[in-house]
Design a protein around this ligand. Structure first.
Ligand SMILES: C[S@@+](CC[C@H](N)C(=O)[O-])C[C@H]1O[C@@H](n2cnc3c(N)ncnc32)[C@H](O)[C@@H]1O
Length: 211
């Protein structure tokens, strides 16, 4: 087992990818190293995000849901357990292998896909789209196309929930590259309108709807 600080190790891997003009390759290297016990996934909370659990309380989540950048998989499993027919994608094949091992028999349709080149069949296809800290895991120049992709997954009448870290001013060094208020507002595109944008200490929780 590694003794390196998980955040430092992630930044070191990211720096190599970014120097090669590859914004996402380091995720695969991190998950592959974690599978070998040579790294720790820093965002593995071992539980669904508390702001998601809080948001979901008392809501009927039956219907289709999409989890963007599923990571350790706990948010996708949570939505499925709450009755959502859940699809979830991540750019890393090793993340996919890890969730399938962690949640054998899961009803979630886990798959690999790249938010920067989203599969056309996911467009306007989901009643609930959940994005937790995926856009912020890429450098700021990738935020506009990633944001447009996320918004594009929401079906007519559907909801987008975004949970991410707050940046008061555009961040320079990362990962992560937390989102400014203007970047949160940018999810309100392609027919999506804001329902609630909350700043909860150092997190945004923002809900949008497509009428
Ligand atoms: C900071 S982690 C957050 C994971 C998860 N959403 C959570 O909150 O635990 C970002 C995740 O997004 C994935 N990811 C990053 N860029 C992506 C992209 N372009 N397309 C799909 N997944 C991506 C990474 O592999 C990683 O699992």
């Amino acid at each position: 087992m590694t003794t390196e600080d998980p955040d430092e190790a992630a930044r070191r891997l990211a720096a190599v990818s970014l120097a090669a003009d590859d914004p996402t390759g380091w995720f695969e290297r991190l998950y592959a190293a974690a599978a070998d016990g040579a790294a720790v996934v820093p965002w593995d909370r071992g539980a669904p995000h508390p702001l998601l659990v809080d948001w979901a309380e008392g809501r009927d989540l039956a219907g289709s849901a999409l989890v963007v950048g599923f990571g350790p998989g706990f948010d996708a499993e949570f939505l499925a357990a709450r009755g959502a027919t859940t699809t979830a994608f991540d750019v890393s094949p090793s993340a996919l292998t890890a969730v399938r091992g962690r949640f054998p028999g899961s009803p979630v349709d886990y798959r690999t896909a790249d938010l920067l080149a989203p599969p056309q069949e996911l467009r306007h296809a989901f009643g609930l789209v959940l994005e937790v800290m995926t856009v912020q895991s890429m450098p700021p120049q990738f935020h506009p196309p990633a944001t447009a992709s996320v918004a594009g997954f929401v079906a007519p009448g559907g909801t987008l929930l975004v949970i991410t870290m707050v940046a008061d001013t555009p961040p320079e060094d990362g990962p992560p590259w937390p989102l400014t208020r203007a970047e949160i507002d940018a999810f309100g595109q392609d027919g999506l309108t804001p329902v609630a944008v909350e700043r909860l200490e150092n997190r945004w929780r923002a809900e949008f709807r497509r009428d």
